[in-house]
Design a protein around this ligand. Structure first.
Ligand code: WTA
Length: 682
């Protein structure tokens, strides 16, 4: 069901992120970084002119461009008969129509002929000594066995399977096994709590959950099966739970529903013919936060998604044959889907999967992994870079990072200071930094540098990828803004690309309402943006009620609904505030129910409620207890004012007229309280 409050906020660019972005622009001083000829000449796209030619072809003759790319990068069982269809008005987008293919075949089988013994996956567990290397042939056997096991459990094409696993190779086997038989996977990040899992499993009517006994991160074990046991009691559609052994820790085993995965897989034949699927059959659902409390299940389909993931992986990371490519995201997010699993494996790459954290056992962990495995491309989030910058540079300097060529950043705007640190201490000033801007909805990179070809400016995602036509719109009127100098507004895309999500699971109206209706004829990204005189894009952050915390996208409504779910909270409003490591921190304003005191105990009850229902990564950084909230006379919470207070933009001029509020006196009270918890840094 759609809710009224999902109507898109066409208001001005979110103040907190805008402020950060201006600071970012101010200190970037427009320095342009270019690669040496020596570096560029070895790149797949060696010059800016090569990029411009390809880009021009992709927008002038898109069907011809994508026709060639789809034939070059994918293997088809039946060729497609039409390249593209649909537009942003109807939301009826389709690519490579009538073509038949299989994603697991494209990611595994087709590499066997020449690269059977090539390492497909390198895994490092939480402890540096836990290393596994899996060849393409071993991957093939595992995927076939697991696919056959799914079939034996009655899972068939179109059924949905939830995957709640640690970041280990079995997550990759599970995704590919689903893809092999045409089942739709819904990976649920293993950091999500009880309510978040239940709502996702129920929304997609999952028949099976694949999980593990426990996960391990930073030396701590995380019970996964135990959480699924609670979930299963509430989700009637779940017939079986497949359990992988990760730590060997104790689990309660229910023989009616639970199956030990490894044992059952051994009984399965390691050959499973891949299902011939239509280009537009769904491949997976991935939930993401929006403006309402209910996350949206974005649906990606087979061919367009795979092609886009494969091409962006190849060109943005300049992936070449003997590279050892590493993305240290989690498969529970879109970055893991596209750039640990589907993009790299479609390209026959060696991909890396890491279960641990950047600071365990020491803050050298990433750099030691790069040296150990001779990693050539390394992809992480600005929040990880900022957290590692806090340690002495000796932690990074002692590792040999000579193999690195490309360093990627994703998830939020990267501040120039972090960009420069990444470039200097990790890249040793000889790597290409790719600040990749994209979203769960886009399937792959939208605006991004290409190594060797596109000069970079710290803090800018630079120029659009092939086929992407960005437009900057006036947030109020929807008119296209196109100044010769700097242009600022909201970011929209004017033509469908193969990787765009096709719908919201079971709610196409919500898909249209969120992305297509705000600015008819365009896909609305939800981000504010600035374009400079060189045509470079500078992403300013979300303009809706979504905050970006340590690279995780969270809907404030989801957090508010968790808070009011606690027995002591009557009302809650959540906003983001600038945080020096996480990008944005979570600030929750709560009104207590009668009989509860503003003390440590209450605050910890509230915090735990969010940890348990949404997940520990969503735990509020600051909880401010307040007797009331700034509201209009009609009772609407004025989030604009709360956001300003959170960023210390609380002078009378900055706040504007507050006299129309129902209880204006709450504003100075909140300003004082916020100052106590979030000191002004400048
Ligand atoms: C933000 C993550 C600036 C943006 C792949 C977007 C970025 C949201 C960047 C999507 C970047 C992602 N620069 N902002 N390089 N990359 N974002 O769906 O606000 O988890 O809309 O996808 O992250 O987050 P999501």
């Amino acid at each position: 069901m759609m809710k009224d409050d999902e109507m898109i906020n066409r208001g001005p660019v979110n103040i907190s992120t805008k402020k950060e972005a201006s600071a970012l622009l101010a200190n970037s001083s427009d320095t342009v970084f270019t690669q040496t000829n020596q570096f560029s000449s070895h790149c797949l796209i060696p010059t800016i002119d090569n990029y411009k030619q390809l880009y021009q072809a992709s927008v002038d003759t898109p069907d011809q461009f994508w026709d060639e790319q789809a034939k070059k990068h994918l293997d088809w069982f039946t060729p497609f008969t039409q390249v593209s269809t649909g537009n942003f008005i109807q939301g009826d987008i389709g690519w490579f129509l009538n073509g038949k293919l299989n994603v697991s075949y494209n990611c595994v089988d087709r590499h066997l002929k020449e690269n059977k013994d090539k390492i497909a996956i390198i895994y490092e567990g939480d402890k540096p000594s836990q290393i596994e290397k899996i060849t393409y042939y071993e991957l093939y056997l595992q995927v076939c066995r697991l696919a056959n096991l799914l079939l034996s459990l009655g899972i068939k094409k179109g059924d949905t399977v939830a995957i709640y696993l640690p970041n280990t190779p079995v997550a990759i086997y599970s995704m590919l096994a689903c893809a092999r038989i045409g089942a739709i996977h819904s990976v649920i990040f293993a950091g999500f709590g009880f309510e978040s899992i239940i709502s996702r499993v129920k929304d997609a009517n999952c028949r099976l959950i694949i999980t593990a006994d426990e996960g391990v991160r930073g030396g701590k074990t995380i019970p996964l099966k135990k959480k699924i046991d609670e979930v299963v009691c509430h989700c009637k559609t779940v017939e079986h739970v497949l359990v992988f052994k990760n730590t060997g820790g104790h689990v309660d085993f229910n023989p009616q529903k639970d199956i030990w995965a490894e044992e059952a897989m051994l009984e399965q034949r390691p050959y499973c013919p891949p299902e011939h699927l239509d280009s537009e059959d769904p491949l997976f659902i991935l939930y993401t936060s929006g403006s309402t409390g209910q996350p949206k299940g974005l649906v990606h389909t087979q061919a367009g998604y795979l092609l886009y993931a494969a091409m962006t992986h190849k060109y943005v990371f300049d992936y070449q044959n003997d590279d050892i490519y590493a993305c240290v995201a989690d498969v529970g997010w879109i970055t893991g889907h596209s750039y640990i699993v589907y993009g790299p494996l479609a390209n026959g790459a060696t991909t890396f999967i890491f279960e641990g954290t950047p600071t365990y056992p020491t803050p050298s962990r990433y750099w030691e992994m790069i040296e150990r495995h001779k990693i050539t491309q390394f992809y992480t989030a600005p929040t990880a870079i900022r957290s590692l910058m806090k340690f002495p540079t000796s932690f990074v300097e002692k590792s040999n990072l000579d193999t690195l060529r490309v360093l990627g950043s994703v998830g939020e705007p990267i501040n120039p200071e972090a960009w420069r640190w990444y470039n200097k201490f990790v890249g040793r000033e000889r790597c290409s930094i790719v600040d990749t801007y994209w979203q769960t909805e886009s399937g792959g990179h939208l605006i991004t540098p290409l190594p060797g070809a596109i000069p970079t400016k710290p803090g800018s995602a630079t120029l659009p990828f092939f086929g992407i036509i960005p437009k900057i719109l006036d947030p109020q009127t929807g008119q296209v803004l196109d100044n010769a100098d700097t242009t600022e507004g909201v970011l929209a895309i004017s033509r469908p690309w193969p990787g765009i999500a096709r719908t919201v699971y079971k709610s196409h109206s919500r898909y249209l309402l969120t992305y297509m209706k705000p600015y008819p004829g365009y896909y609305f990204t939800g981000d504010g943006v600035k374009r400079d005189k060189d045509g470079y894009y500078w992403i300013e952050g979300r303009v809706d009620d979504v905050i970006n915390v340590a690279g995780h996208r969270l809907g404030t409504a989801e957090l508010e609904s968790a808070l009011v779910g606690s027995y002591c909270c009557a009302e809650a409003a959540v906003v983001g505030y600038p945080h020096d490591v996480k990008g944005q921190g979570i600030l929750a304003f709560c009104i207590l129910k009668e009989g509860y005191e503003d003390d440590e105990n209450t605050v910890s009850i509230l915090r735990n409620e969010v940890r348990n229902t949404v997940g520990p990564f969503a735990s509020p950084d600051v909880i401010v207890i307040t007797p009331s909230l700034p509201k209009t006379r009609s009772g609407k919470i004025m989030r604009r004012i709360l956001r300003k207070i959170a960023c210390h933009e609380s002078s009378p001029e900055q706040l504007g007229d507050i006299s129309t509020l129902a209880e204006p006196e709450v504003v100075p009270l909140l300003i004082t309280k916020v100052l106590k918890y979030i000191p002004k840094t400048h």
